[in-house]
Every structure is written in structure tokens, then in C-alpha cells.
Design a protein around this ligand. Structure first.
Ligand SMILES: CC(C)(COP(=O)(O)OP(=O)(O)OC[C@H]1O[C@@H](n2cnc3c(N)ncnc32)[C@H](O)[C@@H]1OP(=O)(O)O)[C@@H](O)C(=O)NCCC(=O)NCCS
Length: 222
């Protein structure tokens, strides 16, 4: 049975997701999903960017579990984590959305709720865990592992065998040397060059990347 797709969050990442899934819809003769909607708990209007909006409460109480799949469209790791845990607990399925303009190795393992955006390359034997968001134009080298809820902004490049743990955020243009490990809840600033391991809860920046401060707030966008 065909399902409806619900894009959870209608901010910038939500609009970009709408463009992506409308393209997938068109490529499948308009019939990949029955319908595409936003879920948003902040917006008050009933429609945005050409799609109807439901609150999560309305969605939860009116839409059948077997007729819906959700994709979480926010780049803030703590929000990705909280929304993921909520929809899982409520028994909904997560979609995995891979842009038709991305190149994904047949040996890559991709979890549920993952977003792979346009012009990304995901190389051999990578592991992308649940609910990871990879934005435009990223290159993920062979044998990399990216942990749950992590977000890679535009133009991130990872050498081979890199490990990014859960709940991290790599800002625009970050490069990571092969075999480096970025531990959980850490953030890299724009255009960072990471050449050694990054401890958990750290914010690093610069070339080479150095510690800037601790990620006490667990927020990228304050
Ligand atoms: C890393 C980041 C989250 C830090 O933001 P913040 O917590 O508000 O911190 P601040 O901007 O106050 O910067 C803290 C320190 O880091 C330094 N810093 C910030 N960006 C840096 C960079 N790219 N390289 C080196 N140092 C940097 C600042 O100069 C400041 O140093 P100071 O304390 O000596 O003055 C933010 O700079 C960032 O990169 N955000 C993500 C941007 C992004 O990817 N956007 C995409 C949206 S789609």
C-alpha cells in the first residue's frame, strides 16, 4: 500500500526536503507517495510551500501508523534526537530519503530516517546510522561511520575510516583527515580542518581545528 510522506519541520531544511521529495514523486510519475505533507508544531498557517501542515498532535491522532512515513527535516542534532525518539515511541515509521542526484556505493549501509542530499558521494563500506542528515555536496570516504542524529552541513568531506559519533554537527566546508574520530555531541565550525581526534562535547574551529569551547548548551543554532 502506498503511504503518505510527512516532513517533520517546515523551516529551511523542510523546504529543501519538499523540493527533493517532489522530484522523487515526479520521477515516479507522481505516484511514489499518496500525498506529501508537513508536520509543524510552531507554524500557525494551514499550508506552506504548497503543502498542507498538520500539528504533531493532529497527525498522531488522525493518521494510521500503516499509512504514514516521516522524515525529520532539521539540522539541529538535539532536535533530531528528540523528534526521532518521539515518533519511534509513538510507533511511526521513518522514511530514508536519498536524492536521485547522490551517488551511494552498493556496499554502504544506510539506516532509517537518513537524508542524503544532492551531489553527495557515499563511498564503499560506509555505515550511516539512523536519523543522520547529510546536506548538499558532501563526500563520505570509504569505511566511514556516522552515528545517529548527526548532521553534516554543506560541503563536508571525510577521508577514509573517519568516525563521527552520535549527535554531532559538522558545519559548512569541514574537512576531516582519514581515521580521525569526532566524539559525541561535538561541533566543528565553518571551514574547519580536523586533523586529530575531537573529544566529546567540544566545539572546534580553524585550520588546523583547535578547541574553541565546550558544547555546554548542546545547541548549534542558538
Ligand atoms: C561553531 C559555531 C556553532 C559556534 O557558534 P557559537 O557557539 O555562537 O560561537 P561564537 O560564534 O561565539 O564563536 C566562539 C568562538 O569560536 C570562534 N570561531 C567561530 N567560528 C570559527 C571558525 N570557523 N574558525 C575558527 N574559529 C571560529 C570565534 O571567533 C569565537 O572565538 P572567541 O571566543 O575567541 O571570540 C558556529 O560558528 C558555526 O559554525 N555554526 C554552523 C554554521 C553552519 O554550518 N550553518 C549552516 C546552516 S544550513
Amino acid at each position: 500500500m502506498k503511504k503518505n510522506l510527512y516532513i517533520y519541520c517546515s523551516g529551511g531544511a523542510g523546504k529543501e526536503m519538499a523540493d527533493r521529495v517532489m522530484k522523487i514523486q515526479k520521477m515516479n510519475g507522481g505516484g511514489y507517495w499518496n500525498g506529501i505533507y508537513f508536520i509543524d508544531d510552531v507554524r500557525t498557517e494551514s499550508e506552506y510551500y504548497g503543502l498542507k501542515i498538520l500539528s504533531y498532535e493532529k497527525f498522531k491522532n488522525t493518521v494510521g501508523r500503516d499509512r504514514a512515513e516521516i522524515i525529520i527535516a532539521t539540522g539541529e542534532p538535539v532536535n533530531r534526537k528528540n523528534l526521532y525518539e518521539k515518533v519511534e515511541k509513538d510507533g511511526f515509521n521513518l522514511a530514508t530519503i536519498i536524492s536521485p542526484l547522490a551517488m551511494v556505493s552498493p556496499t554502504a549501509r544506510i539506516g532509517k530516517g537518513v537524508i542524503i542530499s544532492e551531489f553527495c558521494i557515499i563511498a564503499s563500506d560506509t555505515l550511516i546510522e539512523d536519523n543522520v542528515f547529510i546536506n548538499y555536496n558532501c563526500i563520505i570516504g570509504h569505511d566511514c561511520k556516522i552515528g545517529k542524529n548527526t548532521c553534516l552541513s554543506e560541503r563536508v568531506s571525510l577521508g577514509g575510516n573517519v568516525i563521527i559519533e552520535e549527535n554531532c554537527y559538522l558545519a559548512i566546508g569541514t574537512s576531516v583527515i582519514n581515521k580521525a574520530k569526532i566524539k559525541e555531541w561535538s561541533i566543528t565550525a565553518i571551514n574547519s580542518a580536523v586533523i586529530k581526534d575531537v573529544p566529546e562535547n567540544s566545539i572546534v574551529g580553524g585550520i588546523p581545528a583547535k578547541m574553541v569551547k565546550y558544547n555546554d548548551s548542546k545547541k548549534v543554532f542558538k
